[in-house]
Write a protein of this length. Structure first.
Length: 186
């Protein structure tokens, strides 16, 4: 057989929810263009379960909601919970995303500049972005009052999976021509 067990593992791993035996069977038959039985799938699931029952493995195969899913073993729940709690703190509100986008594209930029573009007070959003270390203070402006200048941080790059600010999409790529009113002048 052509690594059926590994194909089943890949299906389980890539599924966001538990995957039913029927779904696995369908995918195998479509991929290999031959008949498989439910017993074939169940036999391979047993082998996979046995493999992950080994105490050296951090995950296990669990039957859940009439399907199968890889889950972290109970010994690791506390640590995984810490990671999930930390990542949950990093979720951004719409206001914070708008503020962050302005800072990313206009940096270095002052709070007043951001507020003029957004049309609302940005104190809270900027404070949250600083706490999450997605932006940083990069200096002071030479204008009256010497306001603080903000720019993106290295964590910003990690968070959005880019290597440099140059990898951000160009603003022209983001504008949707379907939302314009009237006809374009020639």
């Amino acid at each position: 057989m052509e690594n059926i067990e590994q194909h089943i593992e890949a299906l389980i791993f890539s599924s966001e929810q538990s995957i039913r035996t029927e779904e696995i069977l369908y995918c195998l038959q479509a991929t290999f263009e031959r008949d498989f039985t439910t017993e074939d799938v169940i036999k391979n699931l047993g082998n996979i379960k046995k493999k992950y029952d080994d105490e050296t493995m951090a995950i296990e195969l669990v039957k859940l909601n009439n399907g199968y899913q890889f889950l972290t073993k109970k010994n690791y729940h506390a640590m995984v919970s810490l990671l999930q709690a930390q990542r949950a703190k990093k979720k951004l509100s719409q206001a914070a995303m708008e503020t962050l986008a302005i800072i990313a594209y206009k940096q270095p930029v002052t709070k007043i500049d951001v507020e003029q573009i957004r049309g609302v007070n940005c104190d809270y959003s900027i404070q949250k972005l600083l706490e999450k270390e997605l932006i940083a203070i990069v200096g002071k402006s030479e204008t009256v009052g010497k306001p603080i200048l903000y720019g993106t941080s290295n964590l910003f790059m990690d968070y959005f999976g880019i290597n440099s600010i140059n990898e951000l999409p160009h603003i022209k790529e983001l504008t949707d021509s379907s939302s314009t009113i009237g006809e374009a002048a020639e």
